[in-house]
Ligand binder design. Sequence first.
Ligand code: MG
Length: 159
Amino acid sequence: MATRVGIGYDSHRFAPGRPLVLGGVTIPHPLGLAGHSDADAVAHALTDAILGAAACGSIGGLFPDTDPRWKGADSMVLLHEAYAVVKRKGFRFVQADVTVIAETPKVGPHAGAIAARLAEILEVSPDDIGIKGKTNEGMGFVGRGEGVAVIAVATVEGR
Ligand code: MG
């Protein structure tokens, strides 16, 4: 049985009048994230990490943002669909570690809820998904409060 690692990255710009959804959890914040789907950067980075671990391509390849089917899509549905692709290739999800980089809001208070939501989709225990937040120390687009960046690493095993 092979153990394989994948990495995913995503970023979205803050925008008024949108909810802030991270890992399927709506976080109270004056600004949400702009995007074709619900702009859930945690779900998107984790989806790419899982797809990458199984060499199944990328979220943009599976769900192109030019396709009207995915406009306003619930990214938990996209994660679920992507995991189905990975499972069909003979892999199962083992664990993930996710870092959310944003000046605000603080992600820590929501980490448990996010892990629980993701664990449900990926058929593991919330203990198998690490969620942590950090700032960018005021530097760059994250530091200026323009948006959120997320890095995810995931392990799959199988075949
Ligand atoms: Mg995205």
